[in-house]
Design a protein around this ligand. Structure first.
Ligand code: FES
Length: 182
C-alpha cells in the first residue's frame, strides 16, 4: 500500500474538527464591553489626574518675606511675626510665622525659628531667670544659646531662616537646619 493510502486511512478514523465560531451575542458583548471600558478609562484618567496633580507638584521654595527695618535689630534677639502664603495640595492659607532676629558681634543678622526641637512647644528669649540670655522652652525645660544651640533636653539646635537685607529691610526665606551651630 502506498504512503498516500495510509494517510487517507488515518484521516478516516479521526473525528471531524469543529471550528469554534463566535456567536452574534458574544461578538456584541465583547465589542460593547471593550468600548465601554475604553470610554470609562478616558473619563477616569483626567479625574484621577485632577485629584492628585497638586499633591504631585514639587513644593516651591518659600518666597522672601519683608519682616522689619534693619535699624530695629540689636544684639538682643527680638520676636517678629510675618505672614506667608502656603499652598499644600488644594489647601491654601496665609500662615502667621515668627522669627527671633538678632545681630552677632560681627554685625551679621540671623533669624531663628522658636519651635522647640524637643516636642514642638514655643521657646522664648530670657523667659527663665535660671537661664539668662538663653532661649527657654516652658514645656520640659529645654534651653538654647543665642545662636540656637541646644544645651539640654532638645536633641537639635533651633532651625534657622534664610535671611537677606535689601534696601534697609530684613527679609526671611526658607526655613532649614541651623547653620551657625552644629
Ligand atoms: S517641647 Fe520644648 S522642652 Fe519639650
Amino acid at each position: 500500500m502506498s504512503e498516500h493510502n495510509n494517510q487517507d486511512a488515518q484521516h478516516q478514523g479521526e473525528k471531524p474538527v469543529k471550528r469554534r465560531e463566535m456567536s452574534r451575542r458574544q461578538f456584541l458583548s465583547y465589542t460593547l464591553g471593550g468600548a465601554t471600558a475604553f470610554m470609562g478609562a478616558g473619563m477616569l484618567v483626567p479625574m484621577v489626574r485632577f485629584a492628585v496633580d497638586p499633591v504631585l507638584q514639587p513644593k516651591s521654595k518659600a518666597d522672601w518675606v519683608k519682616v522689619v527695618e534693619t535699624g530695629q535689630i540689636t544684639n538682643e534677639p527680638k520676636s517678629f511675626k510675618f505672614k506667608v502664603h502656603q499652598v499644600d495640595g488644594w489647601f491654601e492659607n496665609d500662615a502667621e510665622l515668627e522669627a527671633w532676629i538678632s545681630k552677632d558681634k560681627d554685625g551679621n543678622l540671623f533669624a531663628l525659628n522658636p519651635t522647640c526641637k524637643h516636642l514642638g512647644c514655643t521657646v522664648n528669649w530670657n523667659a527663665n531667670p535660671e537661664y539668662k540670655d538663653q532661649y527657654f522652652c516652658p514645656c520640659h525645660g529645654a534651653h538654647y544659646t543665642v545662636d540656637g544651640k541646644n544645651l539640654a533636653v532638645a536633641p537639635a539646635p533651633l532651625d534657622q531662616y534664610d535671611l537677606k537685607v535689601e534696601n534697609g529691610f530684613v527679609y526671611v526665606g526658607q526655613l532649614g537646619p541651623n547653620k551657625r551651630v552644629k
